[in-house]
Design a protein around this ligand. Structure first.
Ligand code: GSH
Length: 227
């Protein structure tokens, strides 16, 4: 192989991920890249320049100033589930994917449910109250946590039902829905005991453990706490 050909393959196998690596959605893309052995980098350096969060450039890349955003060669794309689907179709031969057409469609539907509703109930409205407390003197607003616990519990029941009644999660091959859920559940598992809602569901706990047993997931998410 000529050195130019090998440089082209190397460039093809690389994606730039805009966003900090602690973000659950950035982590989803990192897990998928690990799973498919794609080279990647994360951060605010994007397409050869520093893009400040919420800057004009950022809003050009995402109309709501969200991340992640991905660049692959000259192609730029936002929205995590769509990015994951692009990475899957670009880097994985169709013949190597074991999902049926209907199963893929159900995975896309549940991925939308994760991105829109489950992430809101579990991360935005619940977990972020612990990570960035908005109470007096930087304390966690326990009344806010309590008022959001019911919606968070309901989100976990939705995940439990999906695990028991559908075929979108926890298959032999990692699905995009798995990749979206892994960082969310892993973050939740790190909350102190009374707030750790995962503790209540053996099905969800077993699922997180089986995700963590995968090399690609374990490399990005540190091992879960013992509950
Ligand atoms: N629908 C978007 C949501 C992305 C999202 O909410 N990202 C968070 C980080 S995990 C973010 O941009 N937070 C900053 C903000 O909301 O200002 C997706 O699926 O990619």
């Amino acid at each position: 192989m000529t050195s130019q050909a090998s440089a082209e393959i190397k460039a093809f196998n690389k994606v730039e991920i805009y966003g900090p690596s602690f973000s659950n959605f950035v982590r989803s893309i990192m897990v998928l890249c690990e799973e498919y052995q794609i080279d990647y980098c994360t951060g605010l350096n994007f397409a050869g320049e520093m893009v400040e969060l919420k800057s004009e450039q950022h809003f050009k890349l995402h109309p709501y100033g969200k991340f992640p955003i991905v660049k692959h060669q000259t192609f730029i794309l936002c929205e995590t589930a769509s990015i994951c689907r692009y990475i899957q179709t670009t880097f994985m031969p169709k013949s190597s994917l074991n999902f049926t057409t209907h199963q893929m469609a159900r995975i896309d539907a549940f991925s939308a449910i994760i991105s829109i509703y489950l992430d809101k109930a579990l991360i935005r409205d619940y977990l972020l109250e612990f990570v960035f407390p908005k109470g007096d003197q930087g304390n966690v607003r326990l009344d806010v946590v309590e008022s959001r616990q019911q919606a968070a519990r309901e989100a976990l029941v939705i995940i439990e039902n999906e695990l028991q009644q559908s075929d979108t999660l926890n298959n032999e091959q990692l699905s995009i829905a798995d990749v979206l859920l892994a960082p969310i559940l892993h973050y939740l598992s790190g909350l102190p005991a009374p707030f750790n809602l995962i503790h209540d569901s053996l099905t969800v706990r077993n699922y997180l453990n089986s995700l963590m047993a995968r090399e690609s997931v374990n490399k990005i998410l540190i091992a879960p706490k013992n509950w």
